[in-house]
Design a protein around this ligand. Structure first.
Ligand SMILES: [Zn+2]
Length: 268
């Protein structure tokens, strides 16, 4: 394969416009095709592979996304670092819409999703105590802060199965545990990245408060739509700036996630 990329982005569509010299690649993986064709191009001096998480036509709901194929496809292109922007609900009253949370912890409340590559020929237990890349997190926090985002450095992302939203009781329970934000796609994406020894950084844009959060008067539906449209462009800019600021050399522990483990097959 000739086309290579250093950095992978899994996110909402609309990111294409940022990629120079973009080339579309149809990839097959042992786990089926990724969510869509992979677009490889450049942002500044960095080579980037982009996958629209839900497919261009948004055909995959969160619980049907081909997570394994997406991460495998990125690694097969040579990607070492992955950025994962997503929209989330807030569990904390002071994290209002527009807040950019760069979580450092994750709670898995999904069910029934395949969450490992290593389900044949013996167990492979990766460490997942710290699910996100420390280098990528630091860069994302710095870049968001410089870009005038209300930025939260750290916090816990709860990933629910969906596609339904949380009940009030679930939401209050999550918040009561001190968890920060809730989404539907952050898992198993994060653990599959770790299982391939990839750096993985989540950039979570708060779009609204979850059901259990008392946060003054609600916004109207029109305001939410307008808010979202304004922030999609900002989000794109943030991801592009973060891509350019990521370290060229990986000095974080992520690349050593599989050291000393016996793998049942070769990684791409
Ligand atoms: Zn890393």
């Amino acid at each position: 394969m000739v086309t290579r990329a250093d950095i992978g982005v899994i996110g909402g569509s609309g990111f294409y416009s940022l990629l120079d010299d973009a080339e579309e690649i149809e990839l097959a993986t042992p786990y089926g095709p990724p969510s869509d064709v992979v677009t490889v191009g450049r942002i500044g001096s960095r080579s980037v592979a982009f996958i629209p998480r839900h497919g261009r036509d948004h055909r995959f709901p969160p619980h049907r996304i081909p997570y394994r194929a997406n991460l495998w496809a990125l690694r097969s292109l040579g990607v070492g670092q992955v950025l994962a922007p997503s929209a989330v609900g807030s569990l904390q009253a002071d994290y209002g819409p527009g807040t950019m949370v760069i979580p450092d912890q994750l709670v898995d409340r999904t069910s029934g999703r395949v969450q490992t590559y290593y389900d044949i020929d013996g167990a492979v237990h990766v460490s997942f105590a710290d699910p996100y890349c420390p280098s990528g997190r630091a860069v994302a926090v710095r870049t968001a802060g410089a870009g005038n985002w209300q930025t939260v450095d750290g916090g816990t992302l709860v990933v629910i199965e969906g596609p339904r939203f949380s009940t009030r009781a679930e939401s209050q329970w999550f918040a009561g545990n001190g968890w920060s934000i809730v989404g539907m796609t952050g898992f198993p994406e994060a653990v599959l990245a770790r299982e391939l020894a990839l750096c993985y950084t989540s950039l979570c844009l708060v779009t609204d408060h979850d059901a259990g959060v008392e946060a003054g008067q609600g916004v109207t539906h029109d305001e939410v739509l307008e808010f979202f449209a304004q922030n999609v462009t900002r989000m794109r800019t943030l991801v592009a700036e973060t891509v350019e600021a990521l370290p060229e050399e990986r000095t974080c522990p992520c690349g050593a996630a599989l050291d000393g483990l016996k793998l049942p097959f070769d990684l791409p």
